[in-house]
Ligand binder design. Sequence first.
Ligand code: FNR
Length: 182
Amino acid sequence: MYKVAVLVGSLRKGSYNKQLANGLAELGKNIFEFNFLKLEEVPFFNEDIENSPPAAVAALKKAVQEADGLLIVTPEYNRSMPALVKNALDWCSRPVGGSVLGGKCVALAGMSPGATGTAVCQSHLRSFFGFFDVRHMGQPEIYLKYSPDFFDAQGRVADEKTRKFLGGFLQSFSAWIEDQSA
Ligand code: FNR
């Protein structure tokens, strides 16, 4: 079973993207071991301390390093990614020679109350994946519009067709990781 580190780009208690990440974890529980990254205590990146980072950063980097894949589930902020996501990736990319992102399999998903469903944010993320040397799964793409009935009372993705689609996304990610490790 592959290990997947999950980077949720919102600290908000009622975050739709956190709910989506939980929904994906429920759908993928038989194919992945999910580890939700803890970002609450991660400070802003500071190059002065990149060689001896605080415990929260060391734990973040270790969790990403140990994972077979990185799943980023994030909202879009101002037509780009939240600083939370960029900051976590900046830490993971440093110091030079100490990046935990090189060769990592990455997949993206996002949810917004707006109609574009985080598409611009994901496009910005993809634009620097080459620099990180990650192996990014291009398809299927996941751009979701939040509606109050998207999740059921247990927090599961409610609609059967959507469950199937998201289940297919997770199967593709598993196959992508397998291909890339061959
Ligand atoms: C937003 N929101 C937003 N939505 C969107 O579709 N495109 C955008 O560019 C933005 N920009 C934006 C900036 C900032 C600073 C905030 C706080 C919000 C709305 C956003 O999608 C909404 O607040 C989501 O609920 C945030 O995701 P979580 O916290 O529910 O996961």
